[in-house]
Design a protein around this ligand. Structure first.
Ligand SMILES: [Zn+2]
Length: 336
């Protein structure tokens, strides 16, 4: 397929395009994918809502994507995936396919009423952030950076469902851990996996406890890596950085990463630490609010795993959850 050189559109395989769009917070780009679907294209993720991304979309829709969008699959609620769904559905008429849990979390994140705002702040105070930090994160990180316009109602996709897109037959995988129910698509004939953020090559997907969504994400993320590592994979099409090929090896690499992280958290924990305190020991003191929030959530996800395995315990002290190691002579080693 001939593609204009001034658009960041690339043909990965015949009928499958990667569109790399700018993102104006956290990470600087996101890859979204277009799959030939009759005369038009089925879109997998939409890009973040920023002016530069909208401008690229308008040029693409007037040029190589003039056949329009048939369907928009939203892998999960994070803004570089969901951000432009409402706008694209409006200008193209494409139907939305999205898990209801992800829609619900996207709604909760915007914390439009006082009760949900209070819930977000209380959650962060409980895990060791100060009131000023918690208020700043709710209005800044959550509402401003992570909140997205809600797309029109659509349909859901089910784990194990076969989804025909043009000539391609995809198996739907609904995987937890990074978000509550992330959709990944696997094409067995091509051994191709569209991963969203579930499996990235150069960065470790965030697996954290947030004020809403999955309360115990690490076991679900580990399960998802076991599912992925059981698939024959030749092409991994991720949301960030380049397409790569060693999907199974990367899944094993991420399992080892979390095993090491569990050990590190266990060794770093001292009596009375909150999740924020232990996060600082492990990741260093983060200056940016977004990173402080993510560090708290990741630390908490690992602490909950260690608590389930009898390595640590928690107790509440003046509204803050504090953690302590459990010293036992028969203590098993930390393992996944
Ligand atoms: Zn994400």
């Amino acid at each position: 397929m001939d593609l204009p050189v001034d658009l960041p559109l690339k043909e990965i395989l015949p009928g499958i395009l990667m569109f790399t769009l700018p993102v104006d917070y956290g990470i600087d780009h996101v890859n979204i994918y277009l799959i030939r679907d009759g005369e038009g294209w089925c879109l997998f993720d939409t890009g973040a809502d920023c002016e530069a991304a909208r401008a690229l979309w308008l040029r693409a829709l007037a040029g190589p994507l003039v056949g329009g969008l048939t369907r928009i699959i939203v892998s999960h609620h994070h803004p570089d995936h969901l951000g432009l769904a409402a706008w694209l559905a409006q200008i193209t008429g494409a139907k939305i396919l999205m898990r209801p849990e992800e829609r619900e979390v996207a709604r909760a994140i915007r914390m439009l009423d006082e009760t949900s705002r209070r819930h977000g702040i209380d959650f962060m105070l409980r895990h060791g952030l100060s009131l000023g930090e918690a208020e700043g994160i709710v209005s800044g990180v959550l509402q401003e950076n992570l909140g997205c316009d809600e797309p029109p109602p659509g349909t859901s996709l089910e784990n194990g469902q076969r989804l025909q897109i043009g000539d391609f037959g995809f198996d739907v995988l609904v995987l937890g851990g990074h978000s509550i129910a992330q959709i990944c698509l696997y094409e067995p004939a091509l051994k191709l996996l569209l991963t969203g953020d579930q499996l990235l090559e150069r960065i470790t997907p965030n697996v954290g406890v947030w004020p809403y969504g999955e309360p115990h994400p690490l076991p679900r993320y580990i399960d998802s890596l076991l599912v992925i590592s059981g698939l024959p994979i030749e092409h991994v099409l991720p949301a960030h950085h380049r397409v790569y090929h060693a999907g199974e090896a990367r899944a094993h690499g991420l399992l080892a990463h979390h095993q090491r992280a569990l050990r590190r958290f266990k060794e770093g924990l001292r009596e009375g630490m909150s999740a924020v305190d232990l996060g600082e020991v492990s990741y260093g003191k983060q200056s940016e609010a977004l990173h402080r929030f993510l560090s708290m959530g990741e630390t908490l996800a690992h602490l909950l795993w260690l608590e389930g395995d009898g390595h640590v315990r928690s107790s509440e002290d003046a509204g803050v959850l504090r953690w302590a190691p459990i010293q036992r002579s028969d203590q098993p080693t930390v393992q996944i």
